[in-house]
Ligand binder design. Structure first.
Ligand SMILES: Nc1ncnc2c1ncn2[C@@H]1O[C@H](COP(=O)(O)OP(=O)(O)OP(=O)(O)O)[C@@H](O)[C@H]1O
Ligand code: SF4
Ligand SMILES: [Mg+2]
Length: 374
């Protein structure tokens, strides 16, 4: 792809909003999301189920259904993507921005071999023979760590294990050398070892191709281990963003404190996590003021009056959407805002630790509330 125009970031999202008109009313799925991404950067996006992570990514890819009303701006290398038709987006999709979806089986076609699908994806952007495209497919399978790539290229998706299918998806997303890879929960269905291998593969691709990566995950451990910057989403919008160190060590938004409290923590060994009490807001009937106010332990009158802007804290590039972030800094141990229950003497701490892991990686806080880990 061409070089970035002047000082434009690679990807600049400004005031992105997505509404869905439904029979029951308008769903405000994404509200005023702004962020930018530079080449080679890895951005983590975290938040409970339904917070708008996938819808904002699909908006960037131009893959939302016609019922979606998208407003705001998405500039890729200085070019505006909002308002482009599905067809007009085609040159950007794949070699500009590509996406690894939550479920590989939805994007790998069961009736074609993996190699054929990769080759066709390559031919969509390059005028080369089938033989050349297939050779490229085999190279890419090798790059993502698939052993015996020439034999594997001739196989169908169902002949691959879950981890191999995920690698094939990564291969599909990088075959046209994209500048931005959006990985939407690429590892949740995989066991922990395979998850780690997949994430390592993504990081290796970043260092080999210089692609920027947006990784969407429920797993704060993934975020801590691999991203440069993190963005926390709640109620369809960004409520905190900054470097991993700033956000994890000095969170400036009570919701982030609650999320971090639901992360397995060595200091809390022998205690089990308690997810944040209450449910995420209805995106059809958002509460007045701060959308976290029904669940927030620091709530005050002003929190019901207006929704806070995403604004600067004392640390550079560390932003929060909270009226009372300064009061939060005065709480001696913010984790105590969200209580943790001790494990009973009859419980097995090892087993409990594994359950913490499950909530961190596969379950959302909301899921955990519905199905509390006993
Ligand atoms: N086509 C649609 N019509 C109406 N509402 C939709 C549509 N697609 C998504 N939504 C709603 O938009 C909201 C945000 O969904 P989104 O898929 O972005 O959540 P998410 O943060 O990715 O959650 P998860 O972690 O479960 O993947 C949800 O309330 C969802 O029900
Ligand atoms: S604005 Fe108020 S309700 Fe919202 S997170 Fe901050 S303190 Fe809590
Ligand atoms: Mg999602």
């Amino acid at each position: 792809m061409t070089a970035t125009n002047g000082s434009d970031p690679l990807l600049a999202v400004r005031d992105l909003s997505v509404d869905f008109g439904t029979e029951d009313g308008v769903v405000h799925a994404v509200r005023n999301v702004s962020f930018s991404l530079d080449a080679g950067e890895v951005l983590g996006v975290v938040g409970e189920s339904g917070s708008g992570k996938s819808v904002s990514s699909m908006a960037i890819m131009g893959l939302l259904p016609k019922t979606a009303e998208v407003t705001g701006s998405i500039r890729f290398r200085g070019e505006e993507l909002v308002g482009l038709s599905f067809r007009e987006m085609r040159p950007f999709r794949g070699n500009g921005i590509s996406m690894i979806f939550q479920d590989p089986m939805t994007s790998l076609n069961p009736v074609f071999t993996v190699g054929w699908q990769l080759a066709e994806a390559y031919r969509a952007h390059h005028e080369v023979s089938k033989r050349v495209a297939l050779a490229k497919a085999v190279d890419i399978l090798e790059l993502v760590g698939i052993p015996q790539p020439d034999r594997r290229a001739a196989q169908y998706p169902h002949e691959f294990s879950g981890g191999m299918r995920q690698r094939a998806m990564i291969a599909m997303s990088i075959i046209n050398d994209p500048d931005v890879i959006i990985a939407d929960e690429p590892t949740t269905a995989l066991d922990v070892t395979v998850q780690a291998q997949i994430l390592e593969t993504l990081l290796r691709i970043r260092s080999e191709t210089g692609a920027a990566i947006i990784i969407i995950t429920h797993d704060l451990g993934v975020v801590a281990g691999m991203v440069d910057r993190v963005q926390v989403m709640y109620g369809g919008t960004v409520v905190e963003s900054g470097t991993v160190d700033d956000v994890f060590e000095t969170p400036r938004m009570p919701y982030t404190v609650g999320l971090l409290g639901s992360m397995p923590n060595p200091e809390l060994l022998g205690k089990r996590l308690t997810p944040i009490t209450g449910a995420p807001p209805s995106l059809m009937n958002l509460p007045n003021g701060c959308t976290f106010n029904p669940r927030c332990p620091l709530v005050a009158a002003e929190c019901h009056e207006s929704e806070p802007e995403l604004s600067a804290t004392g640390q550079e590039a560390h932003l929060t959407r909270c009226h009372r972030w300064i009061e939060l800094t005065q709480v001696p141990d913010p984790r105590t805002l969200f209580t943790h229950t001790e494990i009973g003497a009859d419980e097995d701490p090892d087993q409990s630790a594994q359950q913490h892991q499950a909530v961190g990686s596969n379950q959302t806080v909301a899921d955990a509330e519905e199905n509390p880990v006993a």
